[in-house]
Design a protein around this ligand. Structure first.
Ligand code: GLA
Length: 779
């Protein structure tokens, strides 16, 4: 709800209030963002003390307003010049070359329904409840700055974006135009960002905010695995369950920038938007430029509260189309199963076994097109390799469909290999600086999506591929970052990165729009472009090329701060793991993937019958429960040395708990599962599905019980292991939600070197459990 009275502005969501006012001098002073209150009951009086004599050596705004010193005020936007030396939202090079802006209030409008204005050329959040647009005009030039606030009441999110319109007769240059600015009066804060590298995405960092600046940004051309655009500002004493915190994200897939700064008066400013580094944009007379949409949310209920807001926002306002809110097919992907070495026979064998396991979709990853036997060639040549797949895509697709599975493919439409027919014919389509050496990434180059003819070419080509067979899933990959970029279509090369992203959105929109039934999954060497921009077109993203369960737990934990697990896909792969060479139990691998969109990336044709049975049971269990992922709260109970996640259905009738530990400790039998979020008054059944463990896990210990000596890994040992299994423990407790919420459950004790039977928890390195909590009948 937006309330305005006498130049006082209040934005309310279900549990938050956001307030600012117009000063007599024309600027907008930010006053409050936090827990909901009735701001018109005195907040404007309480928060606006008289400020007659600006402190110290501050510059005053103007001689007409000697009491206004912008540097020591909380503001809704800040420009360059006029005394505020903190991070500006906007910097414009005026027609006379000067950089000072002086935007002051002109008017406001509240838009609803079809009158809500959206951003040209970029994705935006769906269905805001209302929109506040504030028009500002520069006091001395004919340049307009519009500030937009979109309200999403249920998810407690507010989005902001800005627009500059040039009403001058000649061009101006936008040096920076960010999307969001939040000034906070004072406090001791910490900044959280999510950083990493290939296969090590989304590490959680927490850094105290000091006088100076902390920056989370990307100039990689993509939102990047180096620094995800999602960030958090939290009070120093805020934890997962209590305390104040603010979350920030951008609906954008390119170079981004978030800066948190603290000034000499203790005021904290967060700005975010397109990275101003290597950016500027020429704006001709009567043209407008939009920033992307930024998202922010406040929670007074700790980080889990903030995540809940972000998850609701992503599910309701970002993900769209046929697959929004809908459970996804369990898939088998060919990549880790056979890399580039695919052929029709292999795929059909895999599909036959997959069908028996309950898998619903076979995805042919890289290697099906051109002469693609490794990563050195053929990107751009999107014609089926008939040596590998003699019947073309249609041939293999029909056969897979005939076996009862859906069929999907991998593509990388943004790229071209120098060794490709496309490059040989159209070197001008590839991004490079003419006459200079190009630095390659994975032996490939970007197609120049700033050019319409290149976009038209690739849209046409990919649409032909997708209509050539009954394709129901596409993995859209992107495997390099920007280096020496340049386009001969541009006068100003500083526009390249942003124009590329605009071109990319045009291409994605046209392709995904032409195939609304296809499930598109975003991917960029794993999580190198995991952002809200991509999620507006593709309802799920491959979070990481790292399928090691222990690493994946960390990556998915990092993602969970800003993104719901319903947009994450997670696969079970072979062991030793291909990225870490680590061995983990199949049980652990499943548990980590269980709370996301499940897939397998393993050579199913080589599975033992025991593994087949275990996987079959996993898939059955997953299918029975996968709907919950789309209507539940994901709660981090602990992470680091061990992980505990809960998924609680919104109606609180069902919950799941996953525990995962790192290295096991000797003589450490105690084990407690903490619980939260259940309905205090409901009665619940807490249980597990007892596992059966292979005796190989106990090694030589078998001789303690065996009447004859058995040599480890001998034929006898292997033969016995087929028939004798060690029973895992059984948990079976009925208790009131209030009890479970307060006490949790102390489960069976871990193996501690002193004896094992079915009352002991077998919990080796990277051990994991999945517990179920279901509403029980009161009888
Ligand atoms: C990237 C993806 C992988 C796989 C390969 C294929 O690395 O992240 O999942 O698709 O490309 O080349």
């Amino acid at each position: 709800m937006i309330k305005v009275s006498d130049f006082k502005f209040v934005i309310e969501t279900n549990t938050t209030s956001y307030c600012f006012r117009k000063l007599n001098s024309g600027q907008l002073e930010h006053l409050y963002y936090g827990e909901k209150m009735d701001a018109f009951d005195g907040a404007f009086e309480a928060l606006c003390p008289v400020n007659k004599y600006p402190a110290g050596n501050l510059c005053t705004y103007s001689k007409d307003f000697p009491d206004v010193a912008l540097e020591n005020m909380c503001l809704e936007y800040s420009g360059y010049g006029k005394g505020d030396v903190r991070e500006p939202l906007v910097v414009i090079r005026n027609t006379d070359g000067s950089l000072t802006s002086d935007f002051i209030y002109h008017s406001y409008v509240i838009n609803r329904g079809e009158h809500i204005e959206s951003i040209n050329g970029m994705p935006s959040a769906l269905k805001p409840d209302e929109q506040l647009k504030i028009k500002l005009m520069d006091r001395q030039t004919n340049v307009e700055l519009d500030l937009y606030y979109n309200i999403f009441e249920e998810s407690d999110c507010i989005t902001r974006f800005s627009k500059v319109v040039n009403h001058e007769d000649s061009p101006i240059e936008i040096v920076r135009l960010l999307s969001n600015q939040l000034d906070i009066f004072e406090g001791s804060f910490e900044f959280m960002n999510f950083t990493g590298a290939w296969a090590r995405e989304m590490n959680v960092n927490t850094t105290p905010v000091f006088q100076g600046k902390l920056v989370n940004s990307s100039v990689a051309g993509v939102s990047s695995n180096r620094n995800n655009p999602f960030t958090i500002l939290k009070k120093s004493d805020t934890n997962e369950f209590a305390g104040d915190c603010f979350g920030f994200n951008l609906i954008y897939s390119g170079n981004h920038y978030t800066c948190v700064s603290k000034d000499g008066f203790g005021k904290v400013r967060v700005v975010s938007g397109i990275n101003p580094d290597c950016f500027s944009f020429k704006l001709n007379s009567n043209e407008a430029f939009f920033s992307p949409e930024a998202v922010m949310s406040y929670s007074g209920n700790g980080l889990n509260g903030l995540s809940k807001n972000m998850h609701t926002f992503v599910r309701k306002h970002i993900v769209r189309g046929k697959w929004a809110g809908k459970s996804r097919p369990v898939l088998l992907n060919s990549w880790e199963a056979s890399y580039f070495k695919i052929d029709e026979k292999k795929l059909i064998d895999m599909a036959k076994t997959a069908k028996k396991l309950g898998i619903e979709l076979l995805v042919v990853d890289d290697g099906w097109f051109g002469k693609r036997d490794n990563d050195k060639s053929s990107l751009g040549d999107w014609d089926t390799n008939l040596k590998k797949l003699p019947g073309g895509l249609k041939g293999i697709c029909d056969k897979i469909n005939g076996l009862g599975l859906d069929f999907g493919i991998w593509i990388e439409p943004e790229m071209v290999s120098v060794d490709s027919d496309l490059y040989r014919k159209h070197p001008d389509y590839a991004v490079c600086v003419p006459g200079k050496d190009h630095s390659e990434g994975r032996n490939q180059r970007f197609l120049d999506f700033t050019k319409k003819e290149v976009r038209d070419y690739i849209v046409d080509k990919i649409c032909n591929v997708l209509s050539s067979a009954n394709i129901s899933y596409v993995k859209w990959d992107m495997n390099r970052i920007f280096t020496d970029f340049y386009s001969d279509s541009l006068d100003n090369q500083m526009e390249f990165s942003h124009r590329y992203i605009l071109g990319l959105y045009d291409v994605i929109e046209r392709i995904t729009g032409a195939f609304p039934d296809i499930l598109f999954e975003g991917c960029a060497s794993g999580g190198n472009r995991f952002d809200l921009g991509i999620l507006c077109y593709m309802p799920q993203i491959w979070a990481s090329d790292n399928t090691d369960a222990w690493c994946r737990a960390a990556i998915q934990t990092g993602l969970s701060y800003g993104y719901p697990m319903s947009v994450v896909s997670s696969h079970i792969s072979g062991c030793p793991n291909h990225q870490t060479l680590r061995n983990t139990l199949l049980e652990t691998r499943f548990n980590v993937a269980f709370m996301a969109n499940l897939g397998y990336e393993i050579n199913v044709s080589d599975l033992s019958s025991e593994m087949m049975n275990e996987i079959k049971a996993q898939i059955k269990l997953y299918k029975e429960n996968r709907d919950v992922l789309f209507d539940s709260d994901f709660i981090r109970m602990s992470y680091g040395d061990n992980y505990e996640w809960m998924l609680v259905s919104r109606d609180k009738s069902k919950a799941f708990v996953i525990t995962l530990s790192g290295l096991s400790k000797a003589n450490y039998p105690d084990c407690e599962v903490k619980l939260t979020g259940l309905c205090d008054d409901k009665l619940y059944h807490f249980y597990n599905i007892p596992a059966k463990y292979d005796i190989h896990h106990f090694g030589d210990l078998i001789n303690i019980v065996s009447p004859v000596h058995i040599r480890q890994n001998s034929l006898v040992h292997n033969a016995v292991s087929k028939f004798v299994k060690m029973d895992g423990e059984t948990e079976d407790i009925v208790a009131k939600g209030s009890v479970l919420n307060k006490c949790g459950v102390r489960t069976h004790k871990n193996f501690a070197g002193t004896g094992y039977d079915s009352d002991v928890r077998f919990y080796q390195d990277f051990g994991s459990r999945l517990y179920f909590i279901e509403e029980a009948k009161n009888d």
